[in-house]
Ligand binder design. Sequence first.
Ligand SMILES: CC(C)(COP(=O)(O)OP(=O)(O)OC[C@H]1O[C@@H](n2cnc3c(N)ncnc32)[C@H](O)[C@@H]1OP(=O)(O)O)[C@@H](O)C(=O)NCCC(=O)NCCS
Length: 346
Amino acid sequence: MPYVRIQPDDHEAVGAAAEILEASRRLDDPTAPEVVRERYAGWLRYGWDLHPEEQFLLVPDGGGAPVGVLAVELPHRDNRHLVWAQITVRPDARRRGHGTAMAAEVLRRTREAGRTTIWMGCAADDAAAAAFLAGTGFHYASPDARRRQRLADVDPAEIARLRAGAEAAASDYELVRLTPPVPEELLAEIAVVAESINDAPMGDLTWEREVYDADLVRDIETAREGRGDRLYRVLARHRGTGVLGGHTMMVTDPVRPTWAFQGDTAVARGHRGHRLGLLLKIEMMAWLAEVEPQVQLVETWNQADNTHMIAVNEALGYRLDRVFHMYERQLDPAAQEQPAGELASV
Ligand SMILES: CC(C)(COP(=O)(O)OP(=O)(O)OC[C@H]1O[C@@H](n2cnc3c(N)ncnc32)[C@H](O)[C@@H]1OP(=O)(O)O)[C@@H](O)C(=O)NCCC(=O)NCCS
């Protein structure tokens, strides 16, 4: 079956893919935010850091409506052993081997790129996806938890109490609010503190620390802007030395104005133990209430064993929504010499 690359300005392909992804969301993950065509096109154009992943429609031989969407990301700055893939089959076209065909295509592309590790994820309670992944040679490697903070349910008195405690513990730090563009002279400093996210647990996944530099900080910001998001960042700066101790990011999106999405929160090693994580997030809540008062729900994702960050989130009123499992498959580098015919088999 042919794979048709989905280009961001190909309205027909973007529409067809967004329809499949939205039909799947309604069935497989109904509490997730709606898949909006223009946002999807923005993701295809800008990606996470101006290096968008490739996405394809799977079109049956001889034409007809596409039956699936395949997303294949090949990290380019680091983790060049890795392919991160996502397979979605249109709900009314499942159990006909299309998922298996796309998994074979992922394998083929992985080998073609000379990479050795593939990640694919699914909801932990999605028995179909888990059976599919196990059946295509993947093993479970790490849990992620999605939590939501319903702002109407948050007790302002409790937040004020937490803030007073955190301010006392972090009295050596000042908070700085920042909207894009980050001033040139701050980019490298932010990269250093943002790199601390690598200390978060990753379960049994095969990975290496992500490399953060000024260019990446700028590229992530530019990609967000291109996608139409509004980006807010709060920094904690040590008063005595002027060194950045931590940061947190929040994203809102005019297309889905009642949602906000928590980005990374990271506190650099030498600055931990001062309740900066809590303080940064409380400051972000206060800022969001001022500038985006229509936001009702804030979503955050954590690796499920990240107990410290999750404790902060729970204290702020975030509640577990759903757990997801990341699966991994290792390819034998020696098998790269196999003839093409065998590469398509899973
Ligand atoms: C998981 C998914 C990709 C499977 O697609 P599919 O086209 O139905 O998969 P296949 O027809 O190739 O099924 C292959 C095998 O997976 C397993 N499987 C798939 N669906 C299953 C189900 N509902 N119950 C039990 N096993 C299932 C079976 O072992 C199946 O083989 P069989 O049909 O011979 O018994 C599809 O359900 C989907 O798009 N889910 C939502 C997105 C998602 O979670 N993707 C996960 C990977 S990123």
